[in-house]
Ligand binder design. Structure first.
Ligand SMILES: [Zn+2]
Length: 150
């Protein structure tokens, strides 16, 4: 799915990308201009939520400070799969591409090359991702955060 999030919801945006979805932060104050009709707008403002709903835009209200509740609410409401995915860049949402051959040796530290799998790179910002020990820790954290949802 594609999500647009109000400024301040960076952490939620990052985790939605970890789940394989497109998530873009809207910079600056919310306005009708900043909300795009091709995705879901996530806000913490009840006032904006009601204004946008009235205008026929798909939007979703999350609690202001509690990240875990935000993530649980979005996952539950939109029926998202609660699984990590290496599909999207955590920083810019672009679709990741597999890293192979020479690039792999040039861009990945030797220790990671030995222990991790599934190396990918973002074609837009150049960030490199792989499934290593960090990925396993994130998987565990995600399970804990979504515990009890199905
Ligand atoms: Zn990127």
């Amino acid at each position: 799915m594609r999500f647009y999030l109000e400024e301040g919801l960076e952490k939620l945006a990052r985790w939605l990308r970890f789940l394989g979805h497109e998530a873009y932060l809207i910079k600056g104050p919310v306005s009708f201009k900043s909300v795009k009709p091709d995705g879901v707008f996530i806000t913490t403002s009840r006032r904006w939520y009601e204004r946008l709903k009235k205008a026929g835009l798909e939007c979703f209200l999350v609690p202001r400070h509690e990240f875990k509740l935000q993530l649980r609410a979005v996952v539950k409401h939109y029926g998202l799969k609660g699984e990590l995915s290496l599909e999207r860049c955590a920083f810019c949402s672009s679709r990741l591409e597999p890293l192979t051959g020479e690039e792999l040796k040039r861009l990945v530290p030797p220790a990671a090359l030995k222990e991790a799998t599934d190396f990918r790179r973002c074609p837009s910002c150049g960030a490199v991702f792989w499934k290593g020990s960090h990925y396993e820790r994130m998987k565990k954290k995600l399970r804990e955060m979504l515990n009890g949802l199905d």
